[in-house]
Design a protein around this ligand. Structure first.
Ligand code: HEM
Ligand SMILES: [Cu+2]
Length: 564
């Protein structure tokens, strides 16, 4: 079935707008490694302040790009796999709110009125329109799930007894996690931050804000990851020329991530006061349980790749690895997913260190942290978004990918770049190099009393890696623009565009993963159980509320005064 024409247009906007914004996101990524290594020794460059650029980098890359991709890819999968039409009015409403929200947020950042980083922690205070933009953006991203639910209900009635297509399970898991995660942050923004920035309240309970933020901030990483998991489970085996080793593994992973995404955000607050060590310890242990779906995914995908490689004539205990289509321009998408997995291996392992309560002390707020998450959100997630977007954009426009070889090279260049970048940042982090700090002004400036020549090697290694990452982005945009400019392929125009979907090798039918409801209820109960005590402590401890601050001044913002 051909995707509705209007939906196709909406999906194209949802992919192309954030990718265009990402050009700035990547530009400032490269700028950041210049500040970090002391190549730039100033508070701003080309009219953009360091913290303004860092905020834009985080918001565009980690929130705008990822959420738009999830929505666009989600509509595509739901519509294709359920062979159903989805609500165009809903899709237009969602797109409008998200675009409006993104424009408002970006405008406030670029006017220098919201240099509060993508975590927007108080007491840093942004312009009210920044918070309002975020709210519109998030509310817009809620809409699709509610338009897909009736479509899915109808499908189930007609197809009673059939298993829900795996891709749809993955997309619903993505948006259920998003729904659970965003409610507390919507509360934070609407009840705490917006009135405070409007001058209606004089202070904000910083600990409560941080806790509500991280209730959202951790599942945010699964929201990033889940669409890529859908690509891994539903496409990777087929691209490799085989089948998905276990359909159950995919379903269980998606359900387990619904359960385990939210109740463990305190692992970002191990160093925060006002929360008991018991609560932190419990959530630390819950965090490590995510190893179960992660390992299940790693083994299932490896087994699927082995199956495919053996079908292609691969032999021996390890010899089969040689038979996969690493360098075949016709399956240029394969390396995006494969390199993502390789990068993620290191992202996952280093994450265990961050998540361990005691070891976290060593790396907390150091350069170690960005080193880690450029191997997760900047690895599998980002490569999934790049590859998936190119696939969908060219697929819907019925255009060829120009050129397959260059498209195929991008993930390898990116992988080399992230490894060099992250090794530099890991090394620096272990030596105490702070994150979110313009090192060029102080620690990497020989005339400064705080000069740290022993950080030279690590920061310069990060800089080289960052430039290689920038090169990969440049190559990607060359492919994208050339493909957009190419004439449609008449052969492709004959047939409706469909995403490739793998068949299962073991097609288990296990009752425990057939319905979402028990998993969602269990997830809510677990959230209440793990957050009851910390929130009670924060509220009961009567923490003094804080006035707002801007990053460039130690004096509190007087919102009552500035309004007159
Ligand atoms: C050209 C490629 C990129 C380069 C060179 C780069 C570089 C950096 C650097 C150096 C930092 C740390 C800044 C600091 O702590 O002072 C950073 C932060 C960050 N990056 Fe990237 N990055 C790139 C791409 C990405 C991508 C693709 C994503 C996600 C999709 C991403 C997400 C983030 C986030 C969320 C932060 C944290 C911002 C904050 O601390 O508020 N980056 N990046
Ligand atoms: Cu986390």
């Amino acid at each position: 079935m051909e995707l509705q024409k209007n939906l196709q247009r909406i999906i194209l906007i949802e992919l192309l707008v954030p990718l265009s914004l990402f050009i700035f996101g990547a530009y400032h990524g490269v700028m950041q490694v210049m500040y970090q290594s002391g190549v730039i020794r100033a508070t701003s460059f080309a009219g953009i302040d360091y913290y303004e650029g860092l905020t834009a980098h985080g918001v565009i890359n980690a929130i705008v790009l990822t959420t738009f991709f999830a929505v666009a890819f989600g509509s595509m999968v739901v519509s294709q796999e359920l062979k159903s039409r989805v609500s165009i009015a809903g899709a237009i409403l969602s797109l409008t709110l998200m675009l409006l929200g993104a424009v408002m947020t970006a405008a406030m950042i670029f006017l220098g009125k919201a240099s509060v980083l993508y975590t927007f922690y108080p007491p840093l205070m942004a312009h009210p329109l920044f918070y309002l933009g975020l709210v519109l953006f998030i509310v817009g991203s809620w809409v699709p799930l509610f338009t897909w639910i009736p479509v899915y209900m109808r499908w189930r009635k007609v197809n009673s007894g059939r298993k829900t297509p795996l891709g749809v399970v993955g997309i619903f898991a993505t948006f259920i996690v998003w729904q659970l995660a965003t409610l507390p942050v919507a509360f934070e923004v609407l009840v705490q931050l917006l009135p405070w920035s409007l001058g209606w309240t004089s202070g904000v309970n910083v600990m409560l804000s941080r806790t509500l933020f991280w209730f959202f901030g951790h599942p945010l990483v699964y929201f990033w990851l889940l669409p890529t998991y859908v690509l891994y489970y539903t496409m990777l085996p087929k691209l490799a020329g085989g089948k998905l080793f276990s359909d159950f593994a995919g379903r269980f992973t998606f359900m387990a991530l619904i359960l385990l995404s939210c109740p463990l955000g305190l692992h970002h607050q191990f160093a925060d006061p006002g929360i008991s060590t018991t609560s932190k310890g419990i959530q630390g242990v819950l965090t490590l349980m995510v190893a179960i779906p992660s390992m299940l995914t790693a083994f299932t995908l490896a087994a699927s790749l082995e199956l495919a490689a053996r079908q292609r004539g691969g032999k021996g205990l390890f010899g089969w690895w040689k038979k996969l289509p690493y360098f075949d321009p016709k399956v240029w998408l394969f390396p995006y997913l494969f390199c993502g997995l390789v990068i993620f291996l290191f992202g996952g392992i280093t994450g265990i260190i961050n998540a361990s309560y005691s070891m976290n002390n060593v790396v907390h707020n150091t350069a170690w942290v960005p080193a880690h998450f450029h191997l997760t959100v900047g690895g599998p997630v980002f490569l999934g978004i790049l590859g998936g977007s190119l696939l969908i954009i060219t697929g819907l426009l019925k255009k060829p990918v120009v050129s397959g070889t260059m498209a195929m090279i991008v993930p390898y260049v990116w992988m080399v770049g992230t490894f060099v970048f992250s090794t530099g940042f890991f090394l620096g982090g272990l030596r105490g190099e702070p994150r979110r700090t313009n090192l060029g002004l102080t620690y990497m400036n020989p005339v400064s009393p705080s000069y740290r020549p022993d950080w030279w090697f690590a920061t310069h290694m990060g800089m080289v890696g960052g430039c290689i990452m920038g090169l990969a982005v440049l190559l990607y945009f060359i492919v994208l623009v050339r493909s957009l400019a190419a004439a449609p392929d008449s052969a492709l125009s004959q047939v409706p565009y469909l995403l490739p979907t793998s068949e299962p090798y073991h097609d288990e039918d296990i009752a425990a993963v057939r319905n979402f409801t028990p998993w969602v209820i269990a997830a809510i109960l677990l959230c209440v159980a793990s957050y009851y005590a910390p929130v009670r402590d924060i509220v009961k401890n009567g923490i003094r509320t804080a006035p707002g601050f801007r990053p460039n001044s130690p004096v509190a913002v007087d919102t009552t005064h500035s309004k007159s």
